[in-house]
Each structure stands twice: as C-alpha cells, then as structure tokens.
Design a protein around this ligand. Sequence first.
Ligand code: HEM
Length: 152
Amino acid sequence: MEALLPWLAGTPPAEWMRLSRWGYAAVNTLHVLGIALLVGAITALDLRLLGWRRRLPLVPLARLLQPVAIGGLCLALGAGLLLFLADPSGYAAMPLFWLKLSLISLAIANALALSLGAGLAHATPGRLAAAGGVSLGLWLAVVVCGRLLAFV
Ligand code: HEM
C-alpha cells in the first residue's frame, strides 16, 4: 500500500486529473450524473419493494429500472476511481472514504443476494421489503458519506 499509493498518483490519468483545466470538474460532473441515475432508479425500485404502488407489476418495472441503476453505478464507479486518483494517499487516509466504499460493497451485495437468491418474481413480500429498506438506507448513507468527503 505504501508503494502503491504514490505509484497511482504518478500514473498519466492521475496527472491529467490534477493538471487538466477542466478534467476534475468534468469527471466530478460525470460522478454526480452516475449517482443521479443510480439513486433515482434504485429509490423508485426500493419503494416498490417496500410495498408502495403494489399494483404495479414488479418484474417489468425492474426490467426498466435495473439497467438504468446498473448504468449509473458503472458511471459513478468509473468516475469515482478517477476522482480518487487525484489524491490517492489523501483519500486512503480518510476513514470516511473507506466507510463509503464498504457501504457501496454492502449495497451491491444486498442487491445481488436478492437477484441471485429467490429472485424478484419468487421472493416473499417480507424478503422484498427487507431488501428494499436495506438498499434505501445504504445508498442514502453512501451519498451522505460522498458529500461529506469534501468537508473532512
Ligand atoms: C457508486 C456509488 C457512489 C456514490 C452514490 C457516490 C457519492 C458521492 C457524492 C454524493 C459525492 C459528492 C459529489 C459532489 O458534491 O460534488 C462524491 C464524491 C466523491 N466520490 Fe463518490 N460515490 C460513489 C462511488 C465512488 C467510488 C467507487 C469512489 C472511489 C473509488 C468514489 C470517490 C469519490 C471521491 C474521491 C469524491 C470527491 C470527494 C471530494 O470532494 O474530495 N466515489 N461521491
């Protein structure tokens, strides 16, 4: 880790992030766009899992919202990695940064556990509601951690 972080800071993308006039701003905008797609789609799906608008069929709704959420997640992850490269040692020294990554991992594991387990079509209402509630709480906490990173 001690050698890896300074090496990462010297890579061409890291130098571009630090030196480019508009690079950091553009990547930050892409990060926020990814977050908007991810959290917007996942919040709508989670509310349905919690039982809101129960008459809307879950499987077709998920077929629409899941690809939007996954696209947003990929964009947020890619742009987040570039933001991290701007100051690898600084971010790695922040417990809040590691908390945010741990929460992201838990939120992804929660979604995979439902999809790869019973699946949306066969899970009980209680299982769906539990997954939706956990997901809402975790993604909200990730957004709060991300925003607070700028202030610690
Ligand atoms: C995928 C879900 C993610 C969410 C919901 C999220 C959320 C956020 C939010 C809300 C901000 C503040 C943006 C602003 O106010 O301009 C932020 C900034 C940031 N995020 Fe993320 N993020 C995610 C993934 C990641 C990942 C995977 C990384 C690193 C590998 C990362 C690294 C960063 C960094 C370095 C900042 C800038 C902090 C600063 O201002 O110093 N993010 N994130």
